[in-house]
Ligand binder design. Structure first.
Ligand SMILES: C[S@@+](CC[C@H](N)C(=O)[O-])C[C@H]1O[C@@H](n2cnc3c(N)ncnc32)[C@H](O)[C@@H]1O
Length: 325
């Protein structure tokens, strides 16, 4: 019975994933993925946008002045352009938004968010904000010289757009974990980033509830063989299962200077580390309960995860700061 349930679960996800692929091939990019703000109040949305933006400045060690005249790419903005508008309000030259899907959105709600965001700015920033978008008569008009929204393909295919438009800064929040071919994606990001340019990615290493919603172990998604897992997920914006070490190796191979901040670990208390931590310390940040929790499933994990160090398996969220040398 358990085996039957498992096979049915796999089959359902494989069909869903292939359907999503077919939709994209046929030019239908509308998806629920990235509809972050749909279920939020306006004030929750503003708080979210401000937090995302402040994290980029804080962990990237960027002053507000340093944003002036910069060309920025935000990958996977989802349903809202608020973070991009905050960069533009500080005088960024241009912000590109690239998303694989067109996230479902409520246009009226979005305009209300933008109006509220605008109201929170000082006069000089408002002037730059207004040069990027206009919100007259409840309709949204984007100035393509300042803000360019591109959707329908992933960053893996981004070189065709950015070949002649190198950028100073690449940012993303909760996106990298959805990219199936991260090797290709990071190669493209490396190619479109100017020398000395920076990338800032906050990456969620959990399973999006795919397995944990049925009270499974938090590493339950690491138990499936790669080829099956890929068939179930690779076109659907579901997690790629890469651990922190994967991203470290990838950035090292591209000769980036990088710092990894730990934002979360698995276990009963999933609170975010604020500020995020360079290192986690035994008996301070984690203990034997955490280690036992990992070890109890190690033998059941797919081969590529079985031999990873415990901390690699324990870390469930990272913030990556990487500079192109
Ligand atoms: C979890 S949502 C996060 C949205 C937004 N950054 C936020 O913090 O609310 C992930 C976003 O990444 C986008 N995405 C997934 N794979 C992508 C890819 N390969 N290239 C670009 N965007 C991608 C999705 O369409 C979605 O908008």
């Amino acid at each position: 019975m358990a085996l039957f349930k498992e096979l049915r679960f796999i089959f359902k996800n494989v069909v869903k994933n292939q359907k999503r692929h077919l939709k994209s091939v046929l030019g239908n990019h509308l998806a629920f993925a990235g509809a972050t703000h749909k279920s939020r109040t306006v004030s929750e949305s503003i708080t979210y946008i401000n937090n995302v933006f402040e994290d980029y400045l804080k962990y990237g060690n960027l002053s507000k002045e340093s944003i002036f005249d910069k060309t920025i790419l935000e990958i996977g903005p989802g349903d809202n352009f608020g973070v991009a508008l905050k960069f533009l309000a500080l005088g960024a030259k241009k912000v590109y938004l690239l998303d694989k899907f067109y996230s479902e959105r409520d246009d009226i709600q979005q305009i209300t968010i933008y109006n509220n965001l605008r109201a929170s700015l000082n006069a000089a920033d408002q002037k730059r904000f207004d040069n990027a978008i206009s919100l007259i008569n409840s309709s949204l008009k984007i100035n393509p010289d300042k803000l360019e929204y591109i959707y329908g393909f992933g960053i893996e295919e981004g070189q065709k757009v950015f070949k002649n438009n190198p950028v100073d800064l690449i940012v993303s929040r909760a996106v990298m974990q959805e990219i199936s071919n991260t090797k290709k994606a990071f190669k493209v990001m490396n190619a479109i980033l100017k020398n000395g340019g920076m990338m800032l990615h906050k990456i969620d290493l959990r399973d999006y509830g795919m397995f944990t919603k049925a009270n499974n172990h938090q590493l339950g998604n690491l138990m499936y063989p790669s080829w099956i897992y890929k068939l179930m997920t690779n076109h659907s914006g579901l997690p790629n299962r890469n651990r922190i070490s994967h991203y470290k190796i990838l950035l090292e191979s591209l000769h980036f200077k990088s710092t990894f901040y730990i934002t979360h670990i698995f276990g009963s208390n999933e609170n975010e580390f604020i500020p995020h931590k360079n290192n986690i310390v035994y008996r301070q940040d984690y203990d034997d309960n955490h280690l036992n929790y990992i070890e109890q499933v190690r033998s059941k994990l797919a081969n590529e995860f079985k031999k990873l160090p415990a901390l690699d398996l324990l870390i469930s969220g990272v913030f990556v700061v990487a500079t192109k040398k």
